[in-house]
Design a binder for this molecule. Structure first.
Ligand SMILES: Cc1cc2nc3c(=O)[nH]c(=O)nc-3n(C[C@H](O)[C@H](O)[C@H](O)COP(=O)(O)O)c2cc1C
Ligand SMILES: C=C(O[C@@H]1CC(C(=O)O)=C[C@@H](OP(=O)(O)O)[C@H]1O)C(=O)O
Length: 386
């Protein structure tokens, strides 16, 4: 499977084309819209999220509620477009655009590098596409992938484990409870006490004109053994997931299982002992390596964490240099999120879903959803008897 996204943050819409889906897959639009809604929530978001109410319009590849096997095109309207039409229209007048030209690059954004690279003297031409607005399209693609995963008994969840200096206590919960509790928390945090302090910290950062980052964790359960492959670097599924997570705007690092902690421990406290029982087949006594050995799934839950830097646009401005005058100025802003870690946890969940679904279809190529489900079922039975 593959997908392409297109669209600017303040253009008319985002478009995503998903290609390679099996046919006869029940295409529940409400499930895609639900993922989009989840991405819009979260404490610390700015005014833009009050304007948008994201949902998909399906333009191709689905008939009678099922995929046909043809590319699926989804669009998400930007309601904010009406406020930007004059300067974002493909044939807007240069005079109009000049009034809102951006000659001042914002530290921490793609503005300056993008302007130099693409020869833009209005940094709006960079900003519009580098904006995390695009993550709505990626979530839509991930939500489509989840339709496949669901049919095959694979479930995902995510939660926030850190915002700024506040770290959540580790809580072990069955996945269904974890999903519910994360959903009930405005910061998607399972530790209620930490969640309260996270919200206070966000309020404080906002008041001070500052911003916050954090760490999110994604968990995938029900994964068959052997998705991905050890035979070639670009087929290792952990590596693909790492790329997907770090490609989310503002994400700077990724770890699996105990992750960077592994550097401090001896091998005996890192590797997961192999066990066997008639009911479960092969399994691991622990899951410190987060569900991967040799770039392949072990059958234990995939546990992946991503670190998000604080939002770069600050009401308390940082210094930058005007590209026209070369003079130093303090960057001014109109509006911004002060913390988007809870929203980004939903993005992370969905980009991971995409990678897992691709790996599933690589192991079990199928033209119809039934063929896929049957192959996965048989493979799970074979695995148990191995
Ligand atoms: C869900 C989400 C919302 C974001 N909202 C903002 C925002 O309101 N203001 C901002 O300056 N950056 C925001 N960002 C981060 C920037 O998009 C990102 O830092 C920037 O594009 C530069 O990319 P890089 O940080 O990956 O280098 C957001 C990121 C995500 C994932
Ligand atoms: C639009 C979204 O996030 C935006 C991501 C973003 C950025 O610089 O990345 C900046 C803000 O955009 P604006 O300048 O229009 O307020 C966020 O609102 C979204 O998540 O849908």
């Amino acid at each position: 499977m593959r997908y392409l996204t297109a669209g600017e943050s303040h253009g008319p819409q985002l478009t995503v084309i998903v290609e390679g889906l099996p046919s006869q897959l029940s295409f529940a639009k409400e499930k895609i819209d639900w993922q989009l809604k989840r991405r819009q929530k979260g404490y610390g978001r700015g005014r833009r999220m009050q304007i948008e109410s994201d949902q998909v319009e399906i333009l191709s590849g689905v008939r009678f509620g099922k995929t046909t096997g043809a590319p699926v095109t989804l669009v998400i309207e930007n309601k904010d477009w009406t406020h930007w039409q004059k300067i974002m229209d493909p044939y807007s007048s240069p005079e109009e655009a000049e009034k809102r030209r951006i000659p001042r690059p914002r530290p921490g954004h793609a503005d300056l590098n993008g302007a130099i690279k693409y020869g833009h003297h209005d940094m709006r031409d960079v900003l519009e596409r580098s904006s995390a607005r695009e993550t709505a399209a990626r979530v839509a693609a991930g939500a489509v992938a989840r339709l496949i995963l669901e049919e095959c008994g694979i479930q995902l969840a995510s939660h926030v484990v850190r915002i700024g200096e506040i770290e959540a206590e580790r809580v072990e919960l069955p996945l269904a409870d974890l999903i519910q509790q994360a959903e009930d928390s405005p910061v998607r945090c399972l530790d209620k006490e930490a969640a309260k302090r996270m919200m206070e910290l966000i309020d404080q950062a906002k008041k001070e004109g500052d911003s916050l980052g954090g760490i999110v964790e994604v968990i995938v359960e029900g994964v068959p053994i052997g998705l991905g492959s050890h035979v070639h670097w670009d087929r290792k599924l952990d590596a693909r997931i790492a790329q997907a997570v770090v490609s989310i705007n503002a994400f700077k690092g990724v770890e699996f299982g105990i992750g960077f902690e592994a550097a401090k421990r001896k091998g005996s406290k890192v590797h997961d002992e192999i066990m066997w029982s008639k009911e479960r087949g092969f399994y691991r006594a622990t899951n410190r390596l987060g569900g991967f050995e040799g770039g392949m799934t072990t059958g234990e839950a995939i546990v992946v964490r991503g670190v998000m830097k604080p939002i770069p646009t600050l009401y308390k401005p940082l210094n930058s240099v005007d590209i026209d005058t070369k003079e130093t100025f303090a960057a001014s802003i109109e509006r911004s999120d002060s913390c988007a870690v809870p929203a980004a946890s939903v993005v992370a969940e969905n980009v991971v879903a995409w990678e897992v679904a691709c790996a599933l279809l690589e192991k079990f190529p199928a033209d119809t959803a039934d063929e896929l489900v049957e192959q996965v079922k048989q493979y799970r039975e074979r695995t148990l008897r191995f």
